[in-house]
Design a protein around this ligand. Structure first.
Ligand SMILES: [Zn+2]
Length: 267
């Protein structure tokens, strides 16, 4: 019986070397080898080979970028979970806010997206008497401009006129707000998350906007590596060949380790 998805095969069970320190909750089960769906792998995976005495490890580090089809899809799934988790905490009706840009050069829209949003959040906090609780995603429009789709919860009554004033006062264009059922809202926003996966957006754009109180994700397991490991880049090399070479050099056992922890930075 295995809790692992199909296509995963465990490395031979062996005691871990002392230098192989793992984070809290990490188990030898994290040492997974022979993933059988290479086509779904991140094309920009960065590989490292580490040797500690008789032990060796091949580590695959996916690029973790939104613009990567594989990693982008993974990130979209992760943030869909964040959107869902926050909606599940709602005690009032959830509202969906669509914020557009004024008619202008798309480059201006992208450049001003962050500052405008900061001003918008300030103005809303002032009007509501408390900070807005929100989760939002950026949509790349066909004409090249961004749109913002925000879910808000438990922020009290937001008058359309007040919202419109906060938007135009922050430099945004047209705004729309509607009450929605939780499920529908998550579907609406996650649609744009999935659309975002694999899409190129201007460098440095934060595709996710969320208030700190929206939802707290459970901590992810991270591995740390002890002293004494020798690391070498194996980018672009065939891992079977690298493993064979490591064994030829006297390494008795080689684990393959897919670092399946999503990159948390650069929302
Ligand atoms: Zn990738």
């Amino acid at each position: 019986m295995s809790a692992l998805p199909n296509g995963y095969e465990l490395a031979p069970v062996m005691a871990l070397p002392s230098g192989f320190a793992t984070g809290a909750g990490a188990a030898p089960l994290d040492l997974i080898t022979n993933r059988t769906t290479p086509e779904k792998r991140c094309a920009k995976t960065f590989g490292m080979a580490g040797i500690l005495g008789t032990w060796g490890v091949l580590v695959n580090v996916p690029c973790g970028q939104w613009s990567c089809v594989s990693c982008g899809a993974k990130k979209a799934r992760r943030y869909a979970g964040v959107a869902r988790g926050g909606c599940a905490l709602a005690t009032e009706r959830i509202r969906l806010v669509t914020v557009t840009m004024p008619r202008e050069d798309p480059r201006e829209s992208w450049r001003l997206l962050g500052p405008r949003f900061g001003r918008f959040a300030e103005r809303m906090a002032y009007r509501l008497g408390r900070r807005l609780t929100y989760f939002g995603t950026v949509e790349l429009q066909r004409r090249g401009n961004p749109h913002l789709h925000l879910l808000t919860r438990d922020s009290g009554y937001v008058a359309k006129a007040a919202l419109a004033a906060a938007c135009t006062g922050s430099g945004f264009g047209f705004v729309d707000i509607r009450q929605i059922a939780a499920g529908a809202g998550v579907q609406y926003v996650t649609k744009y998350l999935h659309k975002s996966a694999g899409q190129e957006m201007p460098k440095g754009v934060r595709r996710i906007r969320r208030s700190r109180d929206w939802f707290t994700e459970p901590p992810t397991v991270k591995s740390t590596w002890g002293e004494g490991w020798q690391w070498q880049s194996i980018e672009g090399l065939d891992h079977d060949a690298v493993e064979a070479e490591m064994r030829a050099q006297g390494v008795l056992a080689v684990f393959r380790y897919d670092q399946r922890v999503d990159v948390v930075a650069n929302d």
